[in-house]
Design a protein around this ligand. Sequence first.
Ligand SMILES: Nc1nc(O)c(N)c(N[C@@H]2O[C@H](COP(=O)(O)O)[C@@H](O)[C@H]2O)n1
Ligand SMILES: [Zn+2]
Length: 350
Amino acid sequence: MENSILFYEPEAPYGFLSNFAPFPINDGAVTWKTVEHFYQAQKFNDQNIVAQIHHSRTPADAYALGREFNEQVRVDWHQRKETVMRDALQMKFTQNQALGHWLVATRPHPLVEHAFKDDYWGDGGDGHGKNRLGKLLMNLRQELSITPPYNLIHFIESANLPTDWGIFNMHGFEDPDTGIEHVALTFGNWKKDEPVLIRLHSECLTGDALFSRRCDCGSQLRRAFQNIAQVGTGAILYLRQEGRGIGLLNKIRAYHLQDQGADTVEANEALGFAADLRQYDFCRGILHYLNISKVKLMTNNPKKVKALREAGINVVERVPIQEGQNIFNERYLSAKATKLGHMLDVIAPI
Ligand SMILES: Nc1nc(O)c(N)c(N[C@@H]2O[C@H](COP(=O)(O)O)[C@@H](O)[C@H]2O)n1
Ligand SMILES: [Zn+2]
């Protein structure tokens, strides 16, 4: 079929879809090395055979044992096997953090197990097979795509990003509700449940790219890169919420009002906006993708700490990030401290 994703070998492109791919699953009692191990073991009531399959080194070994003991397969296996496979896939794609996001990212392409030797789970090599594995994967993909955290953000692709502070990985995401594109930049590796140094950085074209001294954004962004490179691990979520969510052109309108005497909050309000329109719920999806559940958050903004805590992220520490103060942003930073609650202890309120 046109545009179909054909998969089979775990080392080939889209190999993560294969039951032989090295992603463990835990059924509540036991951890299995792969879906194949789990699936083959469920065929048998004999616990000796189950244990042999459990301990087999590779998925190919597990498969071979399933064939070797063919005569002893439980009588109800044909009624059970679809349910067993469905449950195994559910465990695989929800227990291995990024995998569920990768599966959702294969939409809208049909998934086909291109298997010459299998015309039940696969396509039989020439398309005559039932492709039941592909179909179960597509059902699961549909389910996940409407379930948190997979529906909060859609992962698109990753690539290297060499920077002045080292080679980061850049991960692209799309907010399914708004279509807004966000990126996460990661450096180094971490284990599940390890606290990770992160920054949620809201887009500021003027400060981040155009060297503006009206704000502290560019300096904070640079400091975040430096801190992460120094620690050796961390992530920057670069959120496309320009102008505290009012957009670039409205921010220019707000700057115009500030040139005439309004402060940053008054300017937003004069334009008919709340002081801060940003939402952070979707960050939970990005952090889930990145396998981050505990953070050391580089921010002065208490709203970001609160938003992450409400999203179920454990903020174990707030790391102050006070950078880039100058004569042009003195009034802005003061309004941030007095009106928006930013924790800027160096700035004396006017
Ligand atoms: N609406 C608006 N008015 C101003 O005067 C501003 N300087 C900005 N800047 C935006 O604020 C965000 C950064 O703020 P935090 O430090 O994260 O609280 C960023 O989106 C800037 O573009 N916006
Ligand atoms: Zn800025």
